[in-house]
Design a protein around this ligand. Structure first.
Ligand code: NDP
Ligand code: MG
Length: 381
């Protein structure tokens, strides 16, 4: 079990569940970080007593410092403060639960300090997977996935040699619009898109689950985490969300991890690995579920998923452009500036205009990330 953690994105859905798991397991929280939700951050600081709180919004940081002046919590402001929170003393694990590629720099800093990364922030691996995994190997930093599918694959591979793995069966519920044609989703509103049937998550990932861009990002995340090629990943729609993913071994044996649809489980496992502890999750009731169903994804109805799988195959800066353009487009959709179908059109446009092959270095990745966001915002006008 880890000895002290820093939670980047502590006010979000994963961050709050991480704080709850840490309290239950008695793991000290050394640093908290968020963007601007200082009401929640103040509450968390008073309950968890970290030594540091980082707020990327400078004005919000100032206000939090004023509010916490009766405590010994050090409040830092600005984007660089995320990295300081990742490098906080007495912490051997950084939970990356910010949403978006803003997680990249602090994650790399924590890796270079040899800390365990409990990785929820998939955008970091999507945009710079080659660089992140190479640095983790160089600095012997453990990367333990928090994303439920990747945690399931990680758990299914426990004690097994990588050479035994034939392919990954990446499962997904299909989201709120499973069975809808692309045309039928034209007038989908943000309120409709964030209402996921099985999981309760932050707004951005909920929209990604609706478009199934999320499964595409997870496809790329899995390639990097488990060093597999695109043709070794098979996506399966499994509406019950009980099997969180599976691995097929060389001899045809399939190993799966099952559990209730509760992110508390993979979060806890990333903190306690390689041990297991009792958790707050309920048990699966197989009789009540009755049956498990599986379908192939219909790529003709899921253009975002198709595009993401194409970008996974293309490599280079394509995944970074895809992810950054998607972040900007989803933010615009949530802000009611664009309709649902524009998300795909804008991301597709950005990929066509900007993606390049090769092995981009960090500077190039950050340049492409910026260019993709600018492309989308320019198109929206
Ligand atoms: P939320 O939107 O609920 O929370 C995002 C968190 O990140 C908040 O604490 C937010 O702070 C913070 N944040 C966002 N932008 C910045 C920034 N620029 N600087 C500093 N902090 C920032 O997201 P989720 O918890 O749902 O998701 C977090 C990550 O985990 C994502 O990468 C997602 O893909 C991944 N994930 C989430 C799952 C889930 O069940 N929710 C499942 C699997 C993966 P503030 O509140 O102040 O805005
Ligand atoms: Mg997932």
């Amino acid at each position: 079990m880890v000895k002290g953690i820093s939670i980047l994105g502590s006010t979000g859905s994963i961050g709050r569940q991480t704080a709850a798991a840490a309290s239950r397991l008695g793991i000290p929280v050394r640093a908290l970080a968020a963007r601007r939700d200082i009401d929640r951050l103040e509450e968390q600081c008073r309950a968890l007593r970290p030594s540091m709180a980082a707020v990327t919004d400078e004005a919000a940081a100032g206000e939090l410092a004023r509010r916490l002046s009766d405590t010994d919590v050090r409040v830092l402001g600005g984007e660089e403060s995320l990295t300081e929170a990742a490098l906080c003393p007495d912490c051997d694990c950084v939970v990356t639960a910010v949403s978006g590629s803003v997680g990249l720099r602090p994650t790399l800093a924590a890796i270079r300090a040899g800390r365990r990364i409990a990785l929820a922030n998939k955008e970091t691996l999507v945009c710079a997977g080659e660089i992140v995994m190479a640095e983790a190997e160089k600095y012997r930093a453990e990367i333990i996935p928090v994303d439920s599918e990747h945690s399931a694959i990680f758990q299914s591979m426990a004690g097994r040699n990588r050479s035994e793995l034939k392919r990954i069966l990446l499962t997904g519920s299909g989201g709120p619009f499973r069975g809808w044609s692309w045309e039928e989703t034209e007038n989908v509103t943000p309120e409709m898109a964030v209402r996921h049937p099985n999981w309760s998550m932050g707004a951005k990932i909920s929209v990604d689950s609706a478009t199934m861009m999320n499964k595409g990002l997870e496809f790329i995340e899995a390639m990097h985490l488990f060093a597999v090629s695109p043709d070794q990943i098979h996506i399966l729609i499994h509406p019950e969300s009980a099997i969180h993913s599976m691995v097929e071994l060389l001899d045809g044996t399939v190993i799966a991890q099952l559990g209730t649809a509760d992110m508390g489980l993979p979060i806890q496992y990333a903190l306690t690995w390689p041990e297991r502890c009792p958790s707050a999750a309920g048990t699966l009731d197989f009789v009540k579920m009755g049956a498990f169903h599986f379908e192939e994804p219909d790529y003709s109805r899921l253009p975002c998923l198709r595009l993401a799988v194409e970008c996974a195959g293309a490599g280079g800066s394509a995944p970074c452009v895809l992810s950054a353009a998607n972040e900007a487009a989803v933010a615009a959709f949530l802000g009611k500036k664009i309709g649902y179908h524009r998300i795909y059109e804008l991301v597709d446009g950005a990929v066509s205009a900007l993606a390049e092959g090769g092995h981009p270095d960090l500077e190039e990745i950050l340049r492409k990330d910026r260019a993709a966001r600018e492309f989308v915002n320019r198109e929206i006008g």
